[in-house]
Design a binder for this molecule. Structure first.
Ligand code: IMP
Ligand code: MG
Length: 181
């Protein structure tokens, strides 16, 4: 069966995403004018979003990647966060923008923001492609937010279920029977 057949609904088309990513890039460019930026992508989900977003940001920037443990193969957060691959570079005195695919319970970002703040960056902000505020368990308010979405488990454009579906150029809803098996 083709992987497309496992999608019940497309929530955001590739065009919707491209348009919004351009707007976010313009907003970030305005806000960071005159400053150098370090963009930190959270592996693996943020890769397609970060790759598109940085090309819409017109201030000088470096990017780095960090990997944290999250759900494993499940659709629920364990609440236990671990750094699996740390940054290569120091962020001390740097303006840092964390790029994430989706903020759900907020547990991952709360942990990561606290960890990165202890390294004394000049500033620290969060840019997420998707936000599910109805699912929040801890207070995290991303400064930049692509789309607010309802409490649905979505895949595509970096978002996975059990490591799959990340390559879709759109964001879609997985048929429940795929993960209820
Ligand atoms: P949080 O710690 O609960 O905010 O979860 C954040 C992480 O959970 C994200 O980086 C994703 O890896 C994963 N996640 C949350 N919701 C979804 C979803 O709808 N689809 C795919 N991954 C998700
Ligand atoms: Mg994930």
């Amino acid at each position: 069966m083709a992987i497309m057949d496992e999608i019940s609904e497309v929530l955001l088309t590739a065009d919707d995403i491209a348009k919004r990513v351009k707007e976010l890039g313009e907003e970030i460019t305005r806000d960071y004018e005159g400053r150098d930026l370090v963009v930190i992508g959270i592996l693996k989900g943020a890769i397609p979003f970060m790759a598109d977003l940085i090309r819409e940001i017109k201030v000088p920037l470096e990017y780095d990647l960090i990997a944290v443990s999250s759900y494993g193969a499940s659709t629920r957060s364990s609440g236990i966060v671990q750094i699996r691959k740390d940054l290569d570079t120091s962020i001390e005195e740097k303006h840092v923008l964390i790029v994430e695919d989706v903020v759900d319970t907020g547990l991952t970002l709360k942990y990561l923001c606290e960890n990165l703040r202890s390294r004394h960056p000049a500033s620290l902000r969060v840019c997420t492609l998707l936000d599910k505020p109805s699912r929040r368990e801890v207070e995290i308010v991303p400064e930049y937010n692509g789309f607010v979405i309802p409490d649905r488990f979505v895949v595509g454009y970096g978002l996975d279920y059990a490591g799959r579906y990340r390559q879709f150029p759109f964001v879609g809803v997985l048929k429940p029977e795929v993960y209820q098996k």
